[in-house]
Each structure stands twice: as structure tokens, then as C-alpha cells.
Design a binder for this molecule. Structure first.
Ligand code: F6P
Length: 365
């Protein structure tokens, strides 16, 4: 088949995660094998607008499979709303024109939900794009899993393991905050894998009385420690009623506001209501650092090389999603603007309840 893509550009956008370099390597190696010229765009969409673009050679993508972060750099900048010298501007046309100046037949964007939307906008403005679903939050639609999730879940699980030994020595309750943006996948996955006694998610506003009853029942049964895994976007029933949504988190992240950790708030509420000694810890960006797991390395290499194949075929304006054990091309308009949260009938929730984990409120299956 004739290769439809002479030159491809790759950018990484949004919060970084383990596996980005592995995915870049997969795309670049597959592309170079077909004779496609590969360029790297620095710091996400900002680099495209500022024309910070570099040629990549085979040696540049060699030896990076295991490296955390992204050697291209990343940012949360959006082309249609970008601060330029302190003023917010629509830089879409500049982004498109720079892509054309650099003869890009296709722009491959690696990112989460924000990136999917931004890539869709660039497609609407005339560019051909392919996206990969990257985020530790696992909240991108139309893929069973996003890359970065498995690595972050492993870090969260190890943290919970470590908290278990100190909580049990001191007969304490320890609240552990886990990232995940507006979705509870990471807290739920790490919470189940680490054996947390309580898991609080944005999808299930918690009833503090229900949580406290669970913690006191554990004490009553001579289990003198408890681990509470809290998603950063978790909210109480009262907050949900008063209109606070986990969506509020969006504004806090975009504005870079430093808020009281959710874990600190939940720890205080438990201490006051249950009268037991509580500590808290917030894992924060530790979850986004370091080397990807073997599962993520494999997934990134599969998704990256799949993007390489699509590019050769000229199948643009799609996201590479994992469906079952197959990497598939999903039309971008089916992904952009959606968020995949934990459905209330999800099998992981049932699993948690079956091992007597409190999910913050009574659930019916
Ligand atoms: O989307 C990934 C993520 O790590 C979320 O879990 C978290 O809410 C957010 O990014 C933090 O963003 P930043 O690194 O910009 O503070």
C-alpha cells in the first residue's frame, strides 16, 4: 500500500503519565519504517502555536521505552484559548498554519479528554489528526482503558500497602487521597487491589454516618486499623445536594488553585464523627511519575504502532481505542466532549462490596 503520510507530527498534551515516551517510540518507529518523516512538537499545543518543532531520528526514540514523563514536554494549553503575553487569544489559525508550514500530513496528539476535544477542534479547522487516549484517570470514552492508568494504579496500590503496616501498628484510620479528576477509576482500582476498607468516589456521594458505622463496626470486630481510599473528586451527599459537583475540580486544576486536599477534609470529618485517631496522606503527582508498568509499556507500544498503521493508510480523525484485546480506530467525534465515569452497576463496585468494602453509601446490584 502507498504510504499516505509523508510527514507526521507528534505532541503530548495535558497532565503527563508513565508510558508517553513508550507511545511516542511506538508511533515514531512504525512511521520511520514506512519512510515517514517524524517531527516532535514541544510542550503540547503551545509548541505548535509557537512553532517549536524538531525533527526526530531513530536514535531520538531509542532507549526511551522505560522512561517516565514525556521527552517532548507537555502543557494544558488549548489552541482556541491560549494565554499569549498574559492575554487570552484564539490561536487556532496559527496552529493550523504552522502545521502546514511544517508539511504535516497528520498530527498525532497524545492526551486525555481535553486533548481529544482540542484535536477535534483542529480537525474542524482543517487538520488531519489521530489521537491516543492517555491519562492516569482512565476517563476517556470509547476505550476499555487509557494508558498510564495501570502504572498509576500500581503506585496507588503500593501506597495503600505501605499505609496498612503503619495504620495497623498504631491502630489508626488513614485516609489516602488518590487522583482521578472527576472519575473514581483510580481510587476504585487501587482501593480494591490494596484492600482498602472504605473507598469514596465522585460517582457515589458519601454518607458520613454510613462510613463511620462501617469503621466502628471494624473496631468492634477487633480490626483496629482502617484504610480509606478517597478519590480527589469525592463529595459528600450534602455537598452534592448543595450543588457542589466534582466538576468544580476542573476550574481548580485549570486555574492552578491550591485547595485543601480532599483527604484532609474527609479525615477531619471522620475524626469528629467517629472519635478515632485519623491521619491522612495525599499521593498527588507521585502517581504520575516514574517508569511505566509492563502492561502500560505493552499497551503504549500497541497503540503507538496502531497509530503508525492508520497513518500509512490515511485513516485520519480517529482515536486509537482498546476494545477487548484489539486496538481499534474510533471516530474522534464519538470521543471528544465525553467523560467515562464509573457506572453505578460496574462489576468492580460489586467486587468491592463482596469483600465488605464500604463505598460510602448502600448500593443495590
Ligand atoms: O488528568 C490527570 C491528573 O493527574 C488528574 O488526576 C488530576 O486531577 C490533574 O491531572 C492534576 O493536574 P495538574 O498536574 O495540572 O495539577
Amino acid at each position: 500500500m502507498k504510504n499516505k503520510t509523508k510527514t507526521v507530527g507528534i505532541l503530548t498534551s495535558g497532565g503527563d503519565c508513565p508510558g508517553l515516551n513508550a507511545a511516542i517510540r511506538g508511533i515514531a518507529k512504525a512511521a520511520m519504517q514506512q519512510g515517514t518523516k517524524v517531527v516532535g512538537i514541544q510542550d503540547g499545543f503551545r509548541g505548535l502555536v509557537e512553532n517549536r518543532i524538531m525533527n526526530l531520528e531513530d536514535k531520538d526514540v531509542s532507549g526511551i521505552l522505560t522512561h517516565g514523563g514525556t521527552f517532548l514536554g507537555s502543557s494544558r494549553d488549548k489552541p482556541h484559548k491560549m494565554k499569549m503575553g498574559g492575554v487570552q487569544m484564539d490561536m487556532t489559525e496559527v496552529a493550523v498554519s504552522n502545521a502546514r508550514k511544517n508539511h504535516l500530513d497528520c498530527l498525532i496528539c497524545l492526551g486525555g479528554n481535553g486533548t481529544q476535544k482540542n484535536a477535534m477542534r483542529l480537525h474542524e479547522a482543517g487538520l488531519d489528526v489521530i489521537t491516543l487516549p492517555k491519562t492516569i484517570d482512565n476517563d476517556v470514552a470509547e476505550t476499555d482503558i487509557t494508558f498510564g492508568f495501570d502504572s498509576a494504579m500500581a503506585i496507588g496500590t503500593e501506597a495503600i500497602d505501605r499505609l496498612h503496616t503503619t495504620a495497623s501498628s498504631h491502630h489508626r484510620a488513614i485516609v489516602c487521597e488518590i487522583m482521578g479528576h472527576k472519575a473514581g477509576w483510580l481510587a476504585l482500582g487501587a482501593g480494591i487491589a490494596g484492600g482498602a476498607d472504605v473507598i469514596l468516589l465522585p460517582e457515589i456521594p458519601y454518607n458520613m454516618n454510613y462510613v463511620v458505622d462501617h469503621l466502628l463496626a471494624r473496631r468492634h470486630h477487633n480490626k483496629r486499623f482502617s484504610i480509606i481510599a478517597v478519590a480527589e473528586g469525592a463529595i459528600s451527599k450534602e455537598e452534592a445536594k448543595s450543588g457542589k459537583k466534582s466538576d468544580d475540580l476542573e476550574d481548580e486544576i485549570v486555574e492552578g488553585l491550591i485547595q485543601e486536599p480532599t483527604a484532609s477534609r474527609v479525615a477531619r470529618e471522620i475524626q469528629q464523627a467517629a472519635g478515632i485517631e485519623v491521619r491522612y496522606t495525599s499521593l498527588g503527582h507521585v502517581q504520575r511519575g516514574g517508569s511505566p508498568t509492563a502492561t502500560d509499556r505493552l499497551l503504549c507500544t500497541r497503540m503507538g504502532t496502531k497509530a503508525g498503521e492508520l497513518m500509512v493508510e490515511g485513516r485520519y480523525n480517529v482515536m486509537v481505542g482498546l476494545k477487548g484485546d484489539t486496538c481499534e480506530a474510533v471516530p474522534l467525534e464519538e470521543v471528544a466532549g465525553k467523560t467515562k465515569r464509573v457506572p453505578l452497576d460496574h462489576r468492580w463496585l460489586k467486587t468491592a462490596v463482596l469483600v465488605d468494602t464500604c463505598l460510602g453509601d448502600k448500593l443495590k446490584f
